[in-house]
Design a protein around this ligand. Structure first.
Ligand code: 13P
Ligand code: SF4
Length: 365
């Protein structure tokens, strides 16, 4: 077998259409040795090649269950890290383009979280009083931090169960990196907004006084999703005037006002299932990434359902878009040749601790 890597330069000039046949051929040659996992935000000409699709929680579970030698992750970096952590040591997780990151995940890092933990020590004993909870949209070392400090991971699907688990153990939660998911989940649990305070990692003591830290139930990391921040309350109010019978569904990464004004709030998988289960002829306004909205708009059109995007401007997850047909074809053709490109490998010590936090999550949800 020729084991020299095929460079990406050879795939760069290929037209999208030209890649399609190559992906199908490579897929066929690999057979059961490879599984392609696809997040719902992937562009249509990549998504259609996925063997299994889902939201972050579903994909985490699928990654833990597959026997395939290669897990080709069409998603973003933290998802491929989770696949690596939850799969068997001999399995290989691959991210077709290493630049497919998540800007929200980048809003928290280990040194800032460790600093927050140290600063909290000035006011209370965080090991006794605070459960660190990281949204799955975070780097593996933050999951490892949670594993080491009695904490846990959550996704947009199970955030409530995870916060309930956390607050049953310690009286406070440090929630990172998405303030909006944390606030919305706390609100659903009847935690007053005044007891959910924003921790600004760029300010000393998060910008809070010792008194505020003592009275807070949830400390919300000052992070957000650049895509979901585009959806605004006024978009919903204007749309409702035009379509009083319509229904609004949003992802919990949207801001608090948007979530409050929505009829339904949930993960990408939940959004798809809810619209799928609705009556023929229903009209929907959807507050999540454009690829998903476009896909379901087409899918449900034959049932007379009208699915509309919440923002007037195009807002896509630009990092998810990095996984294009060229990168997928390149990664797969290399695998056919027995060559692994773009493997995602979490260092063993970090993976072991991160797995503790992920296993806690899987046990709870
Ligand atoms: P889901 O877990 O709902 O798929 O969300 C992942 C994500 O990154 C949304 O922006
Ligand atoms: Fe990250 Fe937002 Fe993209 Fe989701 S949509 S992967 S949170 S940047």
């Amino acid at each position: 077998m020729d084991v020299s890597t095929i460079t990406f330069e050879r795939f760069k000039p290929l037209a999208d259409e030209a890649c399609q046949e190559r992906i199908i051929a490579a897929r066929k040659a690999l057979g059961k040795r490879a599984v392609i996992l696809g997040h719902h935000y992937q562009r249509a000409d990549v998504y259609k090649h996925a063997d299994l699709t889902g939201d972050s929680l579903k994909l985490s579970k699928l990654a833990a269950q597959t026997d395939a030698q290669y897990i080709v992750f069409c998603g973003v970096h933290f998802m491929a890290e989770v696949a690596d952590i939850l799969s068997h040591p001999e399995q290989i997780a691959i991210l077709p383009d290493l630049n497919a990151g998540c800007s929200m995940a980048d809003m928290a890092n280990l040194s800032k979280v460790e600093r927050a933990w140290r600063e909290l020590k000035r006011v209370l004993d965080p090991g006794q009083h605070v459960t660190p909870v990281t949204y799955v949209n975070s780097a593996a070392d933050l999951k490892a931090f949670c594993g080491e400090h009695g904490g846990i991971v959550c996704t947009s699907t199970n955030a409530r169960q995870i916060l309930e688990w956390s607050l049953a153990r310690r009286e406070k939660v440090l929630f990172f990196p998405d303030q909006h998911l944390g606030r919305w989940t706390g609100y659903l649990m009847d935690i007053p907004l005044a007891e959910m305070l924003v921790w600004d990692p760029d300010e000393e003591m998060g910008g809070l006084t010792p008194q505020q830290i003592k009275m807070a139930k949830i400390l919300l990391w000052k992070g957000h999703c650049s895509v979901h921040q585009m959806f605004q309350a006024q978009h919903i109010l204007r749309w409702r005037q035009q379509h009083p019978g319509g229904m609004v569904i949003s992802h919990p990464e949207c801001n608090f006002e948007v979530c409050k004004l929505s009829d339904y709030v949930g993960s990408t998988e939940y959004i798809i299932k809810t619209v799928a289960a609705s009556a023929p002829g229903t009209r929907w306004l959807v507050g999540t990434e454009l690829n998903l909205v476009n896909r379901i708009a087409e899918e449900f059109k034959p049932q007379g359902k009208v699915v509309q995007f919440m923002a007037p401007t195009v807002c896509m997850c630009s990092t998810m878009q990095r996984i294009d047909p060229q990168h997928l074809a390149w990664a797969l053709e290399n695998l056919v040749k027995g060559r692994v490109v773009n493997q995602i490998k979490v260092p063993p010590h970090e993976a072991k601790l991160a797995r503790i936090a992920l296993d806690r999550m899987l046990a709870v949800s």
